[in-house]
Design a protein around this ligand. Structure first.
Ligand SMILES: Cc1cc2nc3c(=O)[nH]c(=O)nc-3n(C[C@H](O)[C@H](O)[C@H](O)COP(=O)(O)OP(=O)(O)OC[C@H]3O[C@@H](n4cnc5c(N)ncnc54)[C@H](O)[C@@H]3O)c2cc1C
Length: 403
């Protein structure tokens, strides 16, 4: 690994250990139970939001929070290789079922990202100072109740007025929507172009304080008491002309611009989370005995550990290759799709095995393995489902593409 990246990982871990972990430990009651973690409406409770903001702000001061945001808006401009290593490292070190350590680095879909480079100068002035400082956050409003995989089927509209635009529609599955101060929302601005799939969708920046904007509900997953995704609606939400992000009718490519980064991020966290689980399963197998021997001595157990190691190595090697290609300026869409499919499915298999190796202990809240399994399960759908990615990979492969 590049020594600069290794120094970055060391500095970031020092920051998380010194600043973030004590905040977590000092507020353990908030993280122990959904009752304290979530507010009655299912969004994060106020003390949790406050802690998240504190971590973001302190990380921004320390220079880590915006390290992957573009330089032209004041970010660090670090590339895909560093992005892969940082997210893999954080997940391998801090594991699943925690949120504060991960708030130290701006998330590609709800914090400063490449989208900000396309803001108008006045929107930049309005939004960026508090956003780059970690005080405010955003969300990425593309999916709708009837437009998930097929995002072109969206029905949210933005109609021109004398002063700007008026937006109407509903968005679903929007991560961080219950907490966000801003929404990047995609809406139809020319239905003919949209139906021909040649454009006609534009992106707008909307403050969540705008009259007519509402978080209709928080989506709860896996029996939890709350969640991080929301259903949001726009009822005659007026925004000025300068709320347009990027070019009119060309919002779709803008949304896709961050997609490779998002998929690489997901590969990184799946490889990292899988490494974390394997470390625990290997240690447990060595220490837990049945019939007078450590369970690691039974092939039924040790081969499960070997299979995890093989698959993690394969996923890590693929993902690093993708990061290197993206770093060199190659679009690598097909390879990134392959890495996302493989690492997300691999992570689910690793968690299945590591839970099994732990016996009953593997199912307990204390071990946090179920949390990693949940996350891996989610990522097989979000940010490009395994099926749609396979469809893209098949199309490229049948068309002659080879990695
Ligand atoms: C936790 C989570 C967070 C999310 N965060 C965001 C966010 O922040 N912003 C945002 O805009 N969206 C977000 N999404 C939405 C996500 O992008 C969609 O869930 C995803 O695109 C799938 O859409 P869908 O759920 O409507 O499934 P559908 O599109 O209804 O698909 C249902 C099933 O059919 C399969 N399928 C569909 N079409 C095909 C095809 N042509 N060939 C083969 N199989 C097919 C799918 O793979 C899936 O298995 C999030 C989703 C989740 C679960």
């Amino acid at each position: 690994m590049d020594t600069d990246i290794q120094d970055l990982l060391n500095g970031l871990s020092d920051f998380v250990d010194a600043v973030v972990v004590p905040l977590e430990n000092g507020n353990a009651h908030l993280f122990d139970h959904g009752r304290n973690f979530y507010a009655p409406n299912g969004a994060y409770s106020e003390p949790v939001r406050k802690l998240l903001r504190e971590v973001r702000e302190r990380s921004a001061e320390a220079g880590y929070y915006t390290m992957f945001a573009p330089q032209d808006i004041g970010g660090g401009g670090l590339g895909p290789m560093a992005l892969y290593e940082v997210w893999r490292h954080l997940h391998a070190r801090y594991g699943p079922g925690r949120i504060l350590p991960y708030a130290s680095v701006a998330h590609w879909s709800y914090a400063p990202s490449v989208l900000c480079s396309y803001l108008t100068p006045t929107a930049k002035e309005r939004m960026l100072p508090a956003y780059l400082a970690g005080t405010t956050t955003s969300c990425f409003g593309m999916s709708e109740p009837d437009a998930g995989t097929d995002a072109w089927a969206m029905t949210t509209t933005a109609r021109r007025t004398d002063e700007g635009w008026v937006i109407n529609g509903t968005k679903q599955w929007i991560t961080n929507a219950p907490e966000a101060d801003w929404v990047f929302v995609w809406a139809v601005t020319d239905d003919e172009l949209r139906r021909a799939r040649k454009g006609g969708i534009s992106c707008f920046l909307v403050p969540t304080s705008a009259p007519g904007f509402a978080v209709d509900s928080v989506i709860k997953l896996f029996g939890q008491a709350g969640g991080h995704e929301g259903i949001i609606s726009f009822t005659d939400v007026h925004v000025p002309e300068d709320a347009l992000v990027g070019e009119l009718h060309k919002g779709f490519p803008l949304a896709m611009a961050g997609v490779s980064t998002g998929r690489l991020y997901n590969a990184a966290r799946c490889v990292g989370m899988a490494m974390w689980a394997l470390d625990r399963a290997a240690a447990y197998a060595a220490e837990r005995s049945t019939f007078g021997r450590p369970i690691a001595q039974y092939q039924g157990v040790s081969f499960q550990i070997a299979d995890c190691a093989v698959e993690i190595y394969a996923g890590d090697a693929m993902s690093r290759d993708c990061a290197a290609r993206l770093e060199a300026g190659e679009p690598a869409h097909t390879e990134v799709a392959m890495a996302k499919v493989f690492t997300t499915e691999m992570c689910s298999r690793v968690y299945e095995r590591c839970m099994q190796v732990h016996g009953g202990m593997g199912l307990t809240n204390e071990m946090r393995l179920y949390d990693g399994w949940h996350t891996a399960r989610i990522v097989r759908i979000a940010d490009g489902s395994a099926e749609i990615l396979r469809r893209n990979i098949a199309k490229a492969t049948i068309g002659g593409h080879r990695p």
